[in-house]
Write a protein that binds this ligand. Sequence first.
Ligand SMILES: [Zn+2]
Length: 457
Amino acid sequence: MSNATTCLLQHAALIVSMDDQDTRWSDGGIYVVDNVIARIGPTDTLPQEADQVIDARNMLILPGLVNTHHHFYQTLTRNLPAAQNANLFQWLRIHYPIWAHLTPEAISVSTQVALAELMLSGCTTSSDHCYIWPNGARLDDQIQAAQEMGFRFHAARGSMSVGEAQGGLPPDSVVEDEEAILRDSQRVIETYHDASRYAMLRVVLAPCSPFSVSAELMRQSAKLARAYGVSLHTHLAETRDEADYCAATFGRTPVELAEDLGWVGPDVWHAHMVHPGAQEITRLGHTKTGIAHCPSSNMRLASGIAPLGQLRQAGARVGLGVDGSASNDGSHMLAEARQALLLHRVMGDPAALSAQEALWLATRGGASVLGRDDIGYLAPGMAADFIGYRLDTLELAGGAVHDPLASLVFCQPPRVDLSVINGRIRVQDQRMLDCDLPTLIGRHNAIARALARGELQ
Ligand SMILES: [Zn+2]
């Protein structure tokens, strides 16, 4: 007798696999053994029994969405009045002194709030870029929180090392010693990084930005990451202020600086990339560098419009990111796909990005950016990460009947009705199964209030 656990999804109104052939099935089903898709196709061609059976009538089933850039801890400082109308550098200067009071508990609770929000929006895999570690907070706090939620997580060990005294943007109180950063980076890779197929946890090295770390830390982080085969992530070419800082400090553009430091290639992805030059776009494509496109944050902070079409055409790997919760200020992955579609049409081209392309970026694109070939589409042998949206809802009324897939992007983006991550049902009927949400939100808001007052213990 096998000890495998089986799960069977039946009678989906439509399954959109997002595979290369754009395979779709009406009255579709998925048969899962443990954490892997064993079979997928019309319901009547699949086994009719399993340990767990999901009736997906009236649902559209998609691969789980993949978020490529976030700062979970910022859920605690969403919508801060002082930062509502600030550009990036002003916004950071307002937030840094508040974030200096973060604690391990604050990191853990905000991670769970951000993950709950992501999960209910259809996201099943996310990276997070935490780069501030005051008062004993560690990457371990985030990892444990994500593991409790059953979420597929790429934990980026972020860092800042150049404070105001050395010409950087952050106050000296929130930067770390570079040797300590590298030591801790090695520790978390050796302790947690899982390179295997279907891994639920990978570690990423992520110095924060050109204006908060040294060129040497970027270089050493790349060397360390490549010795262990882990990915590299940072913010790059986000604003004009950053370009001015790089010109004054390094005599280079942000992309030139990244190239000098070995920060391009198939194991690197950059958040934003709003302001690359034309030749730089070509080189980013040739090197298969990854880009996390963050439309809401770029609009919110008035950073500009990233050249999404040119980057994709050049061959760069492009996915979507909701970005940190203090510059979005939400973690709704499906809404982010909608923002991408709207943003790239606003300058005059109504065909700049279709609904299907936006969803492709949110699934296949994101998987590629994170360096994964086991998530992002649905097929036998792929991880059992899939989501379902009911099509008979108020938001989709009169929309899903014409084109169910596109209705998710053109109509008001709904919460997910079903989320299966690594073969386990985590959301059903729009409810988190393994998380007491009201209690979590209560704890989170108490911490958020205390943090803003500088009273967090
Ligand atoms: Zn960011």
